[in-house]
Design a protein around this ligand. Structure first.
Ligand SMILES: Nc1ncnc2c1ncn2[C@@H]1O[C@H](COP(=O)(O)OP(=O)(O)OP(=O)(O)O)[C@@H](O)[C@H]1O
Ligand SMILES: [Mg+2]
Length: 409
């Protein structure tokens, strides 16, 4: 049994867990399974024993995406390997893994039902005071620590080979780093009122196109550290006491700023959603202030922790000076702003939208949100060398809001 791969359905997942004697005891035999996947790629099953109420998650990668596109399954192995690595570095920040099956390409893991998907929590304007500190801890321990400055270039080069997944990189390079900037690929629907801006300004903006192309070049050519690769708010599960990070199937070696930029961009989606839906409410203003403080907290805390980590752990004899680590930090911060801009743009005009913006019902409010975000995205990309201090982000945000409001009056 299970000697060659097939895509399991709900009953077959139950049969699989029973045959492999995974997670449930013999007494827990009233199992029900439900497919709960909401992404584009894989099948995610929650299996619950109706007697004890205990449950587990089985995530399976098929040879086809859910939209029937053929795709290699290496992503599943990479996801497992990275979850295992992250568990060594930050055990409280990833789901517990119970089993990995290389033939069936499935991972059996802890059910995070005690947590809420952070994208939805942010859409409800919930705030999490610990978030900036925790996410920076995760970034330092699981991402920065993989740089060759600490592990040595020999080891890192082998790791780069291990984590190279041509399918995943191809998806990122097309969906994030190319298609939003090419007219024929611009994925309407965005609100009609924004189309002239998109076609005549945004996609004709030679400075923007050049700077976006430079960031694409960097992503393709710079194996700086092992990234999560898809660190958006939908990959984070959170409650008032902690958080867990899932879905590192796009893990690869690339610039660190790509992951930090993703985190920041997705905080901005929640901010702008709140701004257009609830501009006057005091509670919403508090929420937006928390988002701004969180973005600033991420930059300041990363700056502090990166410099300290580098100073204490660097092994490369050429990289020991303070000037060197400052120089490197500035490159990472520059990338962070740039990739935050790219993530914003691709979620507005690319094919994979975000619920924060897509679920805004009123056309005028949605159009305003899109315009603010496109202006912010552009600014972060084009002016990224100037956006290094925490306050630069909030200034860029305020400027985009003011500009878009004026243009759309
Ligand atoms: N360990 C878990 N505990 C609880 N729910 C989970 C868990 N893992 C995944 N899920 C649920 O399944 C959904 C999809 O999971 P995940 O993002 O890993 O799938 P995916 O197919 O890789 O998605 P995407 O196409 O966005 O990459 C999550 O949003 C969540 O609702
Ligand atoms: Mg995924």
């Amino acid at each position: 049994m299970y000697t060659s791969h097939f895509k399991m359905n709900e009953q077959e997942v139950i049969d699989y867990l029973k045959a492999k004697q995974l997670f449930f005891t013999a007494q827990e035999n009233k199992l029900i399974a439900k497919e709960i996947g909401d992404g584009n790629m894989n099948y995610v099953y929650r299996v619950t024993d109706q007697g004890s109420g205990r449950s587990v998650i089985v995530k399976q990668a098929d040879k086809y995406t859910r939209s029937s596109r053929k795709i290699g399954q290496k992503r599943n192995k990479i996801e497992f390997e990275l979850l295992r690595f992250e568990a060594e570095k930050c055990p409280d920040m990833v789901p517990q893994i119970f089993h990995y099956d290389e033939i069936m390409t499935c991972i059996v893991m802890e059910d995070l039902k005690a947590y809420q998907n952070m994208r939805f929590a942010l859409m409800e304007e919930k705030s999490f005071p610990f978030f900036s500190q925790k996410i920076v801890e995760f970034i330092i321990k699981t991402i920065v620590s993989t740089m060759d400055s600490f592990v040595g270039p020999m080891f890192k080069r082998k790791q780069v080979q291990k984590y190279t997944n041509v399918d995943a990189c191809d998806i990122t390079e097309r969906l994030v780093l190319t298609n939003p900037y090419r007219e024929k690929y611009a994925q309407a629907p965005i609100e009609e009122v924004n189309l002239p801006y998109l076609y005549n300004h945004f996609q004709m903006d030679q400075q923007l196109l050049l700077e976006a192309a430079k960031l694409k070049y960097k992503f393709k050519n710079e194996t700086q550290a092992l990234l999560h690769g898809d660190l958006h708010s939908g990959s984070i599960f959170i409650n008032q006491t902690g958080m867990k990070i899932i879905d590192p199937e796009f893990a690869c070696y690339a610039p660190i700023g790509y992951d930090i930029g993703n985190v920041i961009a997705n905080l901005f989606f929640a901010h702008i959603r709140s701004y257009v839906l609830n501009p006057g409410s005091e509670q919403s203003k508090y929420f937006r202030q928390w988002i701004e403080n969180t973005v600033m907290g991420i930059i300041t805390d990363f700056t502090k922790k990166f410099l300290l980590y580098f100073q204490e752990n660097v092994t490369d004899a050429m990289e020991k000076s303070q000037d060197y680590r400052q120089w490197l930090l500035h490159l990472i911060l520059e990338d962070t702003a740039g990739y935050a801009g790219l993530e914003i743009n691709r979620r507005i005009i690319g094919i994979a939208k975000v619920k924060d913006i897509e679920s805004i019902q009123d056309k005028n409010q949605k159009a305003l949100a899109e315009r603010i975000l496109l202006m912010l995205g552009r600014n972060l990309i084009v002016n990224r060398t100037q956006i290094k201090a925490a306050e630069n982000y909030t200034a860029a945000l305020a400027e985009a809001c003011a500009l878009a409001e004026r243009e759309m009056k």
